[in-house]
Unconditional design. Structure first.
Length: 350
């Protein structure tokens, strides 16, 4: 059986890293895997470049023609779409070649079509997609509530590479480093992170680090200066090695307005960095109790501050949380488990 795995582009992001990990790890004597995406910095992570098909960022007609040609040339049976746009591509190709393709869709985030054209979104999934893989139980329930057939939906949690994101116990350095690693865009809510830093700027032994790049880079830098936080907040910019950034932090924050199931939570749990996160999406499926992290029920800077100070003053507590989180991620959220369950979905299409 021949499978084509497609994603929009190979730029840094959770869905894109998921695509690369599958491309790297999928291997089965009965399956042949091909991949397609437009370019980006993650292209270097593609192992099997001889089976990779480059796409255009903007020329959708050219992409459809190329996919149609490759589907016929390689006798593709299954298309695994890593975004809703790729689902639409697959559905169009199916019409063009008049061949029944088995379309699997991994849903990583909330789409514009889902928000603006909900009936059409549900109709597309029910009529064209054989299986929808969600990355959290929260999202599975949400799709079923919208009207997607329950037998089409299954949850396979994101898996963290425990070799890349290796556990390391923190050594006391006299400074508690509090970080955020996220695209610098409005939905990640860096304003709350800066408000937390502002409220704690007079505390000795605390420093704040912002990892990531994006459209709000200049705005956030200006906010840091306006709030007089340059002495305690540092912008790192694009992070080439996320595992090193997260390992170097003593506490990681997640302040997003919306999330489905962010990889950075699992990566922090894997390396031994305790997480304080807003309680949104499926995050509570990873941070199931205070023993493995801390969930904040609302966007209260004061609540975040209290937890940061509590962990800063109690290093033993911090280490205990890190140990419990590592135990949880190794049992439930490994890359091997994710790949194995995804492989089963392909085999079940026979």
């Amino acid at each position: 059986m021949n499978i084509l795995l497609m994603t929009d582009k190979l730029t840094t992001g959770g869905a894109e890293h998921y695509f690369c990990k599958l491309e790297n790890e999928l291997n089965h004597p009965e399956l042949v895997f091909y991949t397609a995406a437009s370019g980006g910095e993650l292209y270097k992570n593609i192992y099997h470049k001889n089976r990779f098909m480059p796409m255009s960022r903007r020329n959708h007609a050219a992409n459809l023609a190329m996919i149609k040609r490759k589907v016929m040339e390689h006798d593709i049976d299954v298309i695994h779409a890593n975004s809703l746009r790729m689902v639409l591509y697959a559905a169009w190709v199916q019409k063009l070649i008049r061949k029944q393709l088995k379309i699997i869709y991994t849903k990583h985030n909330v789409t514009m079509m889902e928000k603006k054209l909900r009936p059409a979104f549900v109709r597309l999934l029910n009529s064209s997609v054989m299986k929808v893989i969600t990355v959290s139980g929260y999202e599975e329930k949400n799709l079923i509530r919208l009207g997607v057939h329950p037998d089409k939906v299954t949850t396979i949690y994101n898996g963290v590479d425990l070799k890349q994101f290796a556990y390391r116990q923190k050594e006391s350095e006299g400074v508690c480093k509090v970080g955020i690693l996220a695209r610098l865009s409005p939905e990640k809510n860096h304003e709350l992170f800066l408000e937390i830093a502002k409220q704690l700027k007079a505390e000795s032994g605390l420093r704040f680090y912002i990892g990531g790049d994006g459209p709000q880079y200049q705005k956030i830098r200006q906010q840091i200066e306006a709030l007089q936080l340059t002495h305690c907040v540092e912008m790192i910019g694009a992070v080439a090695a996320p595992e090193r950034f997260i390992q170097e932090m003593d506490i990681l924050l997640l302040t997003s307005h919306r999330e489905v199931f962010p990889m950075v939570i699992l990566e922090a749990m894997a390396v031994g960095t305790p997480v304080i996160s807003i309680d949104t999406g499926g995050i509570k499926e990873a941070i199931i109790s205070d023993e493995v992290g801390c969930l904040i029920p609302d966007y209260s800077a004061e609540r975040f501050c209290r937890q940061i100070l509590a962990w800063k003053e109690n290093e033993r507590w911090r280490h205990k949380v890190a140990d419990c989180a590592y135990d949880r991620v190794t049992k439930s959220f490994s890359l091997e488990k994710m790949v194995h369950l995804t492989m089963n979905e392909y085999l079940d299409t026979h």
